[in-house]
Structure formats: structure tokens, C-alpha cells
Design a protein. Structure first.
Lengths: 93, 141
């Protein structure tokens, strides 16, 4: 009985995070301008980090933590580079 | 999920509550991304997930692995620290880029640049001097 609580909580969290990623993906596809698409991509990265941490809790393995850390770092770098590109027209001057 | 039964009830309840609360905050932030109208309103919405949402999920993961492995697992703090440091940087960079793009297109949605900025950049300074004499000549002629 008590094990079912955590089971259902992980399942519900996965559903909620997938819905959040769907909202961010909709903003990427629809976003009227380029900055909206970059904002949607940033949100998608953060939600993916949380979803992978939830996978880690589901399987009880610590290896998902490193994947989550790498996705968080890649999200920062890609969003910063995209914002620089929108500002200047080139990334490395 | 065989390992979940090994946890005491209080840890299961804490992990479950923190996980669902964090995921719910992320969903609310992403729904705001969907529903708000302008970009400058939308840029506020995902910060709900990047601050409180991910902190709750990380706290849940820390409690889970600490209780499961009977030792202190603290390395999730790394992700939390990284998120706290990088989120303001990326969103401010993005907003400055959006403001620059809107101003260079002379959009009416954003206020014009402050007067102290105009001598600094040559492009808007030349525009200011060109529109200066043109504005008084319109009503007089």
C-alpha cells in the first residue's frame, strides 16, 4: 500500500512534466518570433532535467543524475549562444 | 519499483509530495508560457519551474537517495546551484536581445531607448539628429 504512494507520485510527476514539455514544444513550433522559440527551448531543457531526475527516482539508480547535470549545462550554453546570435547575428566575433 | 518498498513511510510521503509539487510548478510555468500574450510577459513564466520547481524535485531526489542508500547524498545541490546561477544570465541575455530586435524594427510595443543611450551608438544618434529638425518643420509648414 505505502509503496503504491511513491509509485503513483512518480507516475503523476512524469505525466505533469511531459505535459509541461508539450507546452514548451508548442511554443517552439508556434512562437511568433525567434526569441519565443529560444525561450521555449530553454523551458524544454529545464523540464527535461526534471524528467530525468524523476526517472532516476523511479529506477533508484544514481546514473541519471549525471545525465541531468549535462542536460542542464547544455541548456545554458545553447540558450546563451542563441541569445548572442539574436543580438549580434554571429556567436563568436 | 522494488526498492521503493524499502523506504520508511515518512520518506515515501515526503518524496512523493515534493516530486508532485515540483512537477506541478513546472507545468504551471509552462502553461504560462503557452497562455501569456507578449514575449515580455512570457519570459517571466518559466522561472516558476527553474527556481522552485527544480528545487523541489532536487530535494525529493536528495531525500530519496539519502534514505535509500543510508548515507548523505548531496550532489544534487550541484544542479541546483548551477540553475540558480545560470537562469538569470540566460533570461537577461535573451530579453536584451529581444529588446534590441524590437527597437531596431521600431516596434510600438517597447519604449524607445533612453536619451542617454543615443550618443553612445552611432546609428540611433544619426536618426535623432535627422528627426530633430523634421519634427518642428511639420506643423509650421
Amino acid at each position: 500500500m505505502t509503496a503504491a504512494i511513491l509509485d503513483w507520485a512518480v507516475f503523476a510527476a512524469q505525466i505533469l512534466l511531459t505535459a509541461a514539455m508539450a507546452c514548451a514544444a508548442f511554443r517552439i513550433l508556434r512562437g511568433p518570433r525567434a526569441q519565443d522559440r529560444v525561450l521555449g527551448m530553454d523551458t524544454l531543457y529545464v523540464n527535461a532535467t526534471m524528467l530525468i531526475l524523476t526517472f532516476g527516482i523511479r529506477t533508484g539508480s544514481q546514473f541519471y543524475f549525471e545525465a541531468a547535470l549535462i542536460i542542464a549545462m547544455l541548456g545554458f550554453v545553447s540558450t546563451a549562444a542563441s541569445a548572442k546570435f539574436l543580438m549580434r547575428g554571429e556567436v563568436i566575433e | 519499483m522494488n526498492h521503493a518498498a524499502a523506504l520508511p513511510v515518512w520518506a515515501q510521503l515526503a518524496v512523493a509530495f515534493l516530486l508532485v509539487a515540483g512537477a506541478g510548478l513546472a507545468l504551471i510555468g509552462s502553461l504560462g508560457l503557452l497562455r501569456l500574450r507578449t514575449f515580455y510577459q512570457r519570459v517571466h513564466a518559466p522561472t516558476l519551474g527553474t527556481t522552485m520547481g527544480i528545487m523541489l524535485v532536487l530535494a525529493s531526489s536528495m531525500i530519496f537517495f539519502t534514505v535509500l542508500e543510508s548515507r548523505l547524498v548531496m550532489h544534487e545541490v550541484l544542479i541546483g546551484f548551477f540553475m540558480v546561477v545560470t537562469t538569470p544570465i540566460t533570461l537577461m541575455l535573451l530579453t536584451r536581445a529581444a529588446l534590441y530586435r524590437d527597437r531596431s524594427e521600431q516596434s510600438e510595443e517597447v519604449p524607445p531607448a533612453a536619451p542617454s543611450y543615443t550618443p553612445a551608438s552611432e546609428g540611433s544618434g544619426a536618426q535623432g539628429t535627422a528627426s530633430g529638425p523634421a519634427a518642428p518643420s511639420g506643423p509650421s509648414g
